[in-house]
Design a protein around this ligand. Structure first.
Ligand code: CAA
Length: 387
């Protein structure tokens, strides 16, 4: 039982491999990526070369076949040095998981195979200008026309839009039925009628382009429907149950990155003739930061286990891990800025970027208020207590 609640040797080896890659090939560009608000191409190349760009794709479709915990470790270690870059493996999972959950074997072989080979990334198009937290309020329409569907609408806040080749798009096939009238489709960047808005000017994760996706009479073959008509909302929600765990991983990673940097700084920085780490007030801050990061990590790994097994309480755990870890990330990165004092407030040091990047983890893949709705519904439905 000595390895009870510890990472397996394989998982530990994955963490070490990703940390080495992240420190050598991603960290050196993180400040520039943020300053220029440019796509982290060096990170994309390095992740692809090491087969960490979409680690979750099963081996049968040509992927690395990483389990949910291994995928979390990849995302955590990349986020520790650059949250923008960590969106590459995270959004590739988010975008392609509906195909993996609901798609036919043909669709999986085609699109998961293309993603694994590195033919292009995969984005997830659920949100719209008037469908954010209320994800079922979709206005995008998909109309069947012979052996095709024709899509029209606007998707907003789409991560890596324009960079990705493939898009899972949620659209109404039967507007009368609200969530039961939503279907999911694979759309390709090269499909006629697909275009993109300008890049949003954001507080953080500036290296990850966020754009609108416009669908103007986009005609796609009917076999691009994922699974069955009317099941799209369920696939979208099931996907988020799994991928909220990956947002928790980003949050743990950025919090750890900020804590590591602050730990080095407080032992170097001398005031009143001694390192500031000699002050108990500083030590108490460090202790709280370390305690919170570890608690966030443990709930994230526990949620990853549920994701891998497909446990009934994944919905609760995905929401809980995401909300808890992202709140921790915001607290810990803010404290790291405080520990660096005036230096922390400048872009000469990485912690202000980490603080700005941490903020999005409280917002995307469902605000932390939505996570609490999800958790409360699970509790009131008795899913937790029936385990
Ligand atoms: N698994 C399977 N099915 C689910 C489900 C789940 N986790 N959650 C809901 N469903 C099903 C329900 O069972 C229900 O079907 P029945 O009527 O047959 O029971 C149907 O879907 C509708 O469910 P609700 O009545 O619960 O739906 P709702 O309208 O009340 O919405 C919500 C629930 C939790 C608020 C949901 O809308 C939600 O999660 N909102 C947040 C959306 C979100 O996370 N957006 C993020 C976009 S992606 C992004 O940010 C990513 C990025 O680019 C990085």
């Amino acid at each position: 039982m000595s390895d009870f609640f510890a990472l397996s040797e394989e998982h530990q080896a994955i963490r070490e491999a990703v940390r080495a890659l992240a420190e050598a090939k991603i960290a050196p560009h993180a400040a520039d990526v943020d300053e220029q608000a440019r796509f982290p191409q060096e990170a994309a190349d390095a992740l692809l070369a090491a087969d960490f760009h979409a680690p979750h794709v099963p081996e049968q479709y040509g992927g690395a076949g990483a389990d949910a915990l291994a995928t979390v470790l990849v995302i955590e270690e990349v986020a520790r040095v650059d949250v923008s870059a960590s969106l590459i493996p995270a959004v590739n999972k988010l975008g392609s998981l509906p195909v993996q959950i609901g798609g036919s074997e043909e669709l999986k072989a085609k699109y998961l195979g293309a993603l694994a080979r590195g033919d292009g990334g995969f984005s997830y198009c659920l949100s719209e200008p008037d469908a954010g937290s209320d994800a079922a309020a979709q206005k995008t329409r998909a109309v069947r026309d012979g052996d095709a569907y024709v899509l029209n609408g606007v998707k907003r806040w789409i991560t890596n839009a324009g960079e990705s080749e493939y898009y899972t798009v949620l659209a109404m096939t039967d507007p009368e039925k609200r969530s039961k009238g939503i279907s999911a489709f694979v759309v390709e960047k090269s499909d006629p009628g697909v275009s993109f808005g300008g890049k949003e000017k954001k507080l953080g994760i500036k290296g990850s382009p966020t754009r609108e996706v416009y669908l103007d009479d986009v005609r796609i073959p009917a076999d691009r429907l994922i699974g069955e008509e009317g099941k799209g909302f369920a696939y979208a929600m099931q996907t988020l149950d799994h991928t909220r765990v990956t947002i928790a991983a980003q949050a743990v990673g950025v919090a750890q990155g900020a804590l590591d940097y602050a730990l080095g700084y407080v032992q170097e920085r001398k005031q009143f003739g001694k390192p500031i780490s000699d002050n108990q007030g500083i030590q108490f801050m460090l202790a709280d930061m370390g305690m919170k990061v570890e608690a966030a990590r443990q709930i994230t790994y526990a949620a990853a286990g549920r994701s891998e097994r497909g446990d009934k309480d994944l919905t609760f755990f995905g929401a809980a891990a995401k909300a808890f870890a992202s709140d921790v990330a915001m607290q810990v990165t803010t404290d790291a800025v405080q520990l660096l004092g005036g230096y922390g407030f400048t872009s000469d040091y990485p912690v202000e970027r980490m603080m700005r990047d941490a903020k999005i983890t409280q917002i995307y893949e469902g605000t932390n208020q939505v996570q609490r709705i999800v958790m409360a519904r699970q509790l009131l439905a008795g899913v937790q207590s029936k385990l």
